[in-house]
Design a protein around this ligand. Structure first.
Ligand code: MOS
Length: 779
């Protein structure tokens, strides 16, 4: 704990580089490296470095979980419920068990166990089998006989809210008590029919606030269920042996999965190892062990052989998580000059049979408003469990809030950027709006629906708020070998974002080496425990201990060579591949020569993430936290064809902040991904459930439409350098912030183009034509 350690005062660069840097003093635990200079003075950090695993990925050499083949490995398949709500009367696995290829078979549902007798969504696991081949596994599942008693079901949010709707859970005891991914959700709240909640959040007096308002805008917004569509499916190879369990798994959190496995299977932590090499995305859906992970381990335990379970695309779509659908009602009161007097938010969302369908905290925290009242509800339906997905809550929430703010600006006849300058206390977003407006040519923006022809263009803006998350339980080891080669080790995984490359840059900067000189060993719980890759926290959590560990190793090295250079260790620096005397850089020696003087073949240091120097833990729960969080402003330029209803997003200008930017090329890659995911959410993606069968009618990537190259806009990114003096690197994440503002920016641009506001996602051609009164509106 920081406040139990001895502290020293240190001075850090502070502020936004494009505005001008100042200094800030922090109390820093002894043992942390000296403050890091701004990026302009650094050699490796803040410069674009190519992804260390890039070549392996594009040549197919990278090893994903589905590429893991172990001797004697078995293949698992899962029989899944064909019905959205059913009681299992009986399961007969006798014929399947006699199949010659079968090595283990596990009923997951059970007629005899009240907790396992009811199935609640199409695709829910019923029986799992491990066999010598995929074909044998599938044949065996066809021999399983299940007698289902079909029960009334509900797969639609509005209907599920009605008192007359069939209950998904018949009692509070049955309903889930927490969110499977660990994402904070309405737990231990009353259950009324299918409605759980509300989760209440309040400040001030909204009744008085609305009385004080000159103008009140009110709107209802709807967002659809989006599925994660990770390029790499969920997969695991579980290898249960007498001396311990090893799992190879596509996971966002090796350390977390290790804990889950130890607890669920009664193993000590030192007998559980979790390994992941390359990954093709997770977006929140690979945060935990999951039902498929549990199944593979149990099959391996019973078969006494390695078992591989990789989900197919249909299983991905039905049972690997999704972004909950929402209904939101927002009321915002303001004075004539735009000053907000009250915000109220009512939401009902559905994460299927799970919790976690809140719409986040934009409405509560993005703008200065003394009076707020939020009531958020989870509604159960008979559909696969939702889970965290890229900026969970805030992405659907921003779709409502940022349109409401746009509407308020229009009603007040104030430019949307001017209004935000008045009500948004963040100096970071203020600068982002200024830069973005200039880039996109905001002054060209016309009145809504002003273009004469059938193709109407529009400009829109929206902004985002996300937490500057940090995992304090994050460690890293740095090793220096006698030949001058360097390794950095942590269990942290690289889910495709470039975490390993950023760690290499961080360590290289300390030693005066280049990122490609550093060997990164990650994604294995044999190494010091690293953070999860969720909540945009990996970079913020692991780069400070990486720098700290490297800095300690450097101090050991400098002590070894000081005598040879006839200097004090504190007068030596590492730069350009050499150890130099600070005040006389002509004197020094190559880094490798210095390493050759080590008395042991290898030296190393382990460091852990200290608390943010400004006190992250102390800020938690403080409303001021929101204004020290991560921002981002996006502008969209669209062309709407009012004859076909097709929306083309021509350009997105994004101005984003993530503390100290570590690797601009990788940040750009993250922001492109965030914008494409947001555009795809805005215009195309939607899980469609058949109300008569409960089945997903588009459980693939053909009828579940994702944005493709033809729909990809020009993306123009400006990265703000925003120093806060918070850690040894002062870096934060970017993955989630980049996804929040896109859909509302597009929606506001569509409004500016056609003069009609769409309050429901996705904005398909039919929805556009319906809004224009050219075809009947979808109900
Ligand atoms: Mo993210 S939804 O925290 O992977």
């Amino acid at each position: 704990m920081a406040n139990e350690q001895s502290l020293r005062t240190a001075t850090f660069p502070s502020g936004i580089a494009s505005v001008g840097l100042g200094k800030v003093e922090r109390q820093v635990p002894v043992g942390e490296p000296p403050p890091l200079a701004p990026n302009s003075e650094l050699a490796v950090i803040g410069k674009s470095a190519p992804r260390q695993d890039g070549r392996a990925k594009v040549t197919g050499a990278a090893r994903f979980t589905a590429d893991v083949f172990l001797p004697g490995m078995l293949y698992a398949r899962v029989l899944r419920s064909p019905l959205p709500h059913a009681r299992v009367r009986s399961i007969d696995i006798s014929a399947a068990s006699r199949h010659p290829g079968v090595r283990a078979i596990v009923p997951i549902a059970s007629p005899d166990d009240p907790h396992r007798a009811t199935l609640r969504y199409v695709g829910e696991p019923v029986v799992a089998v491990a066999a010598a081949s995929m074909a044998a596994a599938e044949e065996a599942l066809r021999l399983v006989r299940v007698d289902y008693q079909s029960l009334p079901f509900v797969v639609e949010l509005d209907y599920a809210r009605a008192q007359s709707a069939p209950p998904v859970y018949v009692s509070t005891e049955e309903a889930p008590g927490g969110h499977p991914s660990g994402w904070p959700a309405a737990t231990n709240l009353p259950l009324n029919g299918n409605v759980r909640g509300p989760a209440i959040s309040r400040r001030g007096d909204v009744t008085q606030g609305f009385k004080d308002a000159t103008i009140v805008v009110e709107g209802e917004y709807r967002t659809q269920v989006q599925t994660h569509c990770c390029l790499e499916p969920h997969g695991i190879v579980a290898d249960w042996r007498a001396d311990g369990l090893t799992v190879y798994m596509s996971t966002q959190y090796t350390t977390g999965v290790r804990h889950e496995l130890a607890e669920e299977f009664g193993l000590p932590l030192n007998r559980v190892r979790v390994v992941v090499e390359a990954m093709g995305g997770g977006f929140g859906s690979k945060s935990a062990l999951g039902n498929y992970g549990r199944i593979a381990v149990e099959l391996s335990r019973r078969a006494q052989a390695p078992v591989r379970l990789v989900l197919d695309r249909q299983e991905e779509q039905m049972d690997s998580g999704n972004r909950p659908g929402t209904w939101q009602r927002l009321r915002i009161g303001a004075k004539r000059d735009g000053t907000l007097t009250a915000i109220s938010l009512l939401s009902y969302g559905t994460a299927g049979i799970a919790l976690g369908a809140g719409v986040g905290f934009n409405a509560e925290a993005l703008y200065a408003c003394p009076n707020f009242d939020g009531a958020q509800h989870d509604v159960f339906i008979d559909a696969g469990p939702g889970c965290a997905m890229r900026a969970p809550g805030n992405t659907p929430g921003a779709f409502g809030l940022e349109q409401a703010i746009d509407e308020l600006a229009e009603r007040l006849d104030i430019d949307p950027l001017t209004l935000r300058d008045r009500i948004d206390p963040s100096p970071v977003r203020r600068e982002e709006r200024r830069i973005g407006a200039e880039r996109v040519g905001w002054q060209r923006r016309h009145k809504p629906g002003a273009d004469a022809g059938p193709i109407k263009r529009g400009l829109g803006v929206a902004q985002s708020l996300w937490m500057a998350n940090v995992q304090l339980d994050s460690s890293c080891e740095v090793r220096l070998m006698r030949d001058g080669s360097v390794e950095v080790l942590s269990s942290v995984q690289d889910i495709g974002t470039g975490t390993g490359t950023v760690m290499a840059q961080t360590v290289a900067e300390v030693f005066g080496l280049r990122a490609e000189n550093i060997t990164v060993r990650i994604g294995d719980t044999e190494f010091p425990p690293g953070p999860p890759s969720y909540g945009s926290r990996a970079t913020a959590s692991i780069t400070p201990p990486a720098r700290t560990a490297a800095w300690h190793v450097l101090q050991l090295l400098l002590r070894e060579v000081a005598l040879a250079l006839n200097a004090a260790p504190e007068d030596l620096i590492a730069r350009d591949g050499r150890i130099l005397i600070r005040d006389d850089p002509s004197r020094g020696m190559p880094f490798a020569d210095a390493a050759a003087r080590l008395r042991t073949d290898r030296i190393s240091a382990v460091a852990s993430r200290s608390d943010d120097y400004a006190g992250f833990l102390r800020r938690m729960g403080d409303a001021a936290l929101a204004h020290q969080a991560l921002g981002g402003v996006q502008f969209a330029e669209v062309a709407v064809d009012t004859e076909t209803g097709i929306v083309r997003v021509e350009r997105v200008v994004a101005v984003q902040d993530c503390g100290r930017p570590m690797n601009p090329r990788q940040i750009e890659s993250q922001v492109h991904g965030g914008i494409l995911m947001g555009l795809s959410y805005a215009l195309f993606e939607e899980r469609i459930l058949d109300q008569h069968t409960g089945r997903m009618v588009n459980p693939d990537l053909e009828h579940y439409k994702l944005a493709g190259p033809r729909e990809t806009p020009a993306i123009d990114l400006v990265i703000l350098e925003n120093y806060q003096g918070n850690s040894a690197t002062d870096a934060y994440g970017i993955a989630e912030p980049a996804n929040i503002a896109t859909a509302p920016a597009i929606a506001n641009a569509v409004y500016n183009a056609i003069g009609v506001r769409l309050r429901s996602l996705p904005m398909t051609p039919a929805a556009i034509l319906g809004a224009l009164g050219k075809i009947p509106q979808r109900s």
